[in-house]
Every structure is written in C-alpha cells, then in structure tokens.
Design a binder for this molecule. Structure first.
Ligand code: TYD
Ligand code: MG
Length: 455
C-alpha cells in the first residue's frame, strides 16, 4: 500500500512546508496554511501522455530563427487590443473577475466568433445544455466550436489528442482536477498542477489557452499567486454590476502593454464592444447641473472623455466625510488640502463625495483639474458649462501642471464637439492652436481657472 504523504500549503502564496506554521515566511500572511494530501509520482506527472518531441539544446540568441510572431485574430477588437494586437500562439491567458461579471459570456462569445479556428470550450461549471442556451442568447452560430464538460485533466488531454483544437478555453481553472493529487478541486495544489499541465500542453503544441479564474472577496485572483506567475497574460474583467459597462484590463502581458483597456456593454444579447468609450462615459443631459466636470483622459493608447461628479455639502457630524468611487480618496484629500491652503477655498468643514461616471477606475493624473472644477462647481452651486473639459494635473502648491500626450486629448475633445478645454500653461510646446476648432485655455493657477469658470 502506498503511503499517503501530506504537506502544508500557504493558501495565499502557495509555499509548501512540512509542518504547520502560524505565519507564512514567504508572504507574511497569518493563518493560511492548510494540510493537503500530496502523492507525487515522479514519472508521468503533469499532462501525462504529452511528451516534448523536441530535444532541447542551448542555442545562441543570434541564431534563434524568429518567425514573425503571428497574432491570432480573436474577432473581438477590444480583446485583441488588450492582448496587444491579437492572441499569441502557445500563450496562456488568465481571465479573472467577480462571479457574474461576464467571464463565461465573454469567452463563449469569442469562441462563437472564431469560425476560422477549431475552438474547444471546456466547462466545469455549466452543462452543455446551459452553454447552448447561452450561445442561443448570444445569437451566433459556429460549426467549429466544441463543448466539453469535463473536469478531469487526464480525460481532457485524451480528448485534446484526438480533437487538436486551435484555441482552448477552460472555464474555470478552479474546477479542474488531476488524478495525480488527492486533494479536492480548487485547492492550491490542484490549481498549480492543472495549470502547469496546461502550460506545458500549450507550449508544446503551440495552442493558445484561456483560463478563467475566480476572484476572492478582497479582489485578488483566487488560488495561489503562483498562477499569475505561470501564465503569460493576466486580464481582469471588471465593472460595477449595476452599470452595463464592463472593462477588460490587462494586469500582466508578456506580449504587449498593460495599460490597454477593453470596454464592453452588457446587454440582452451578450457583450457589445464599445469602440468609442466617450459615448457611454458622458451622461446625456440637457439642463446644466452643478458639480459635474469632464476630463479628457487617456487610458492605454486611447483618449476618452469622462465625467467626474462631485457633491459638496456642509458636514452634519463633526468630522467631514470624504468618499469616492473610481478615484483614490487620498488624492481627493490632497486636492482638497491644496484648494484650502493654496487657493483659499473653505472646504475643511464640508462633506465631499466624488464619483467617476460609468464605474471606471481612473489613475491618470490628468483628471485632477476636472475633479477640482467639479468640487468647486458643487461648492458654489453653479454649473460648469457642459461644452468645457479639462486635462491637467494639480500640484501641491496649487499650480496646474502639464500632462503627456496633450494633443491627443485635445483632438478627441474637439472631435466630440467640445468648445473649450483647460490645459496647463506649460503644456503648449509644439501645440498648433489653429489646428483645432476647440478653444484651448492655458492656465497656471487654480484661482484663474475658477475666475474663468464661475465669474
Ligand atoms: P457570466 O458570464 O455567467 O459570468 P461569470 O462567468 O463571470 O460568472 O455572466 C452572467 C451575467 O451576465 C448574468 O448576470 C446575466 C448577464 N447576461 C446578460 O446580461 N446578457 C447576456 O446575453 C448574457 C449571456 C448574460
Ligand atoms: Mg462563469
């Protein structure tokens, strides 16, 4: 009888230890060690049956033949953009997101669109009936899309050998289970082993694999951090469930930039690609309301105009509240301190709430001036003209600072019919004012912007 071997694994970082420990030495988390049964067979572990046909020897980097890395078109422009121009053969992509955000919908939609590839959708979460129902709802047909409802990786590899799919989607990595390990599906060792097997498969056969992964309550990908290290690309699918928009963000990408965003809108027939984000990020309104200012932002390579909404009111309780959605609350506190100290606006005893429209999270500093304008407008209770927008950072001394790629922002605002844009006075180098029909206002102090807006 074989002896059952157990070990303790940190559920946070995946570190293995022969005995239980209160604190993980590797990641410093407390109380994360869980006992798991391990039964490693050295021979035939991971993706058994798949052998690397190549005999690998060291080669000079100058002699490596670079076949121009052909990108596989996923037929989803937003996904292509986030991946850095399409899917790379032999790559492993992890897609994380909260339950119900639309990960399965997105991947099934891609599977249905890729008619030029044999694509296998492996689901451990839903039955083929349920997947078919969803596909019907998406309203697309694809003769080349196969469904496999299997969670045992050994069985999956057997099917892969006969089917030879061009793209594989696994929904989700937490449901997979290999016979090599006795612990239950979703445990650290199972996730690690299954992902390692798939990684090996994808590298040897040059097949791109998408792994759908769950997210824990605190927003990190469930399972070991090691999963994020193993894959080539980590995409996060996010958005507020109350809004229709979904944002696909790349957190790690070995083949492209991580600053790209994909924007979708969830409707009755699946996810619609939003190629012009400003259309959804600006709310439609006729009457002028106070507390709203528009920022000309850049996310990744793409300029977009986005609405910031502020509400300033007298604090009911002793300590004023500051709360934000989509914007760093510490940055708001800093901007309020600048307004108070440098520009003499009395906001210290006011509650301030700030909201970025559309549930988007912003970290472009160019939004600062719009935030300041929205706060002042609400405080003043007088609206900012709806055809005005802002693109500048605000410094600690109250100066209005230049930002990068200002021309791109100006031409986007111009294209969308804005009539006036506020930028920093120091941002005008090489700027051709006559090229645009939008009026470009250059300022260096908040007080001057205030005067132009409200007096
Ligand atoms: P799903 O893809 O199942 O989420 P995940 O796999 O990330 O858990 O998304 C399900 C949600 O999307 C569900 O709340 C219903 C909604 N939905 C639509 O609004 N329209 C659609 O066409 C589809 C297929 C789903
Ligand atoms: Mg799902």
């Amino acid at each position: 009888m074989s002896k059952v071997k157990t070990a303790f694994f940190c559920q946070s970082c995946g570190v293995q230890s022969p005995k239980w420990m209160g604190k993980c030495n590797a990641c410093g988390e407390w109380n994360t060690f869980v006992e798991e049964v391990i039964q490693r067979e050295e021979k035939g572990s991971m993706a058994s049956g798949i052998r690397d046909p190549r005999s690998v020897v060291p080669v000079k980097i100058s002699e490596v033949v670079f076949s121009h890395e052909a990108r596989i078109n996923t037929h989803d422009q937003e996904l292509n953009r986030v991946l850095g121009g399409g899917l790379v053969a032999g790559s492993l992509t992890l897609i994380g997101g909260e339950p119900g955000i639309g990960k399965s919908t997105l991947m099934l939609q891609v599977a249905m669109k890729c008619a030029d590839q044999k694509i296998l959708y492996i689901s451990g979460e839903e039955s083929d009936q349920q997947i078919k129902m969803r596909a019907e709802r998406l309203g697309s047909r694809n003769e080349n899309c196969y469904i496999l409802t299997e969670t045992n990786t050994e069985a999956i590899y057997r099917h892969l050998e006969s089917l030879h799919p061009g793209i594989i989607v696994v929904d989700s990595i937490q449901t997979l289970q290999t016979d090599l390990i006795d612990s239950s599906a979703g445990s650290v060792s199972q996730i690690k082993e299954c992902a390692a097997g798939l990684q090996k498969y994808s590298k040897i056969t040059n097949t791109p694999v998408f792994l759908i992964g769950h997210i824990t309550k605190d927003g990190s990908l469930a399972g070991p951090k090691i999963l994020e290290h193993m894959v080539d690309t980590v995409l996060q699918f996010e958005g507020d469930r109350n809004y229709g928009y979904r944002i696909l963000r790349s957190l790690k990408n070995r083949f492209g930039s991580t600053s790209e965003l994909g924007i979708y809108e969830m409707n009755d027939t699946g996810l619609r690609e939003v190629s012009n984000p400003s259309e959804i990020l600006l709310s439609q309104r006729d009457e002028q309301v106070s507390g709203i200012a528009i920022a000309a932002m850049i996310e990744g390579q793409r300029p977009m105009l986005i609405e910031t909404q502020a509400l300033v009111s007298s604090a009911v309780y002793g300590t004023p509240q500051r709360s934000t959605t989509g914007f760093d609350v510490r940055r708001l506190n800093m901007l309020l301190a600048v307004l108070e100290k440098r520009s003499g606006f009395r906001l210290g005893h006011k509650d301030v709430f700030l909201n970025i429209a559309g549930g988007i999270k912003v970290d472009d500093p160019a939004i600062d001036l719009a935030v300041v304008a929205a706060v002042l407008s609400s405080n003043q209770d007088s609206p900012v003209d709806s055809k005005t927008c802002f693109a500048a950072e605000v410094g600690l001394s109250g100066e209005i600072r230049p930002i990068n790629r200002v021309e791109q922002r100006i031409s986007e605002a111009d294209k969308l019919g804005f009539e006036r844009i506020f930028i920093s006075r120091y941002n005008t180098k090489g700027l051709d004012f006559k090229r645009y029909s939008i009026k470009i206002v250059t300022e260096s102090r908040i007080e001057d912007v205030y005067r132009k807006l409200f007096t």
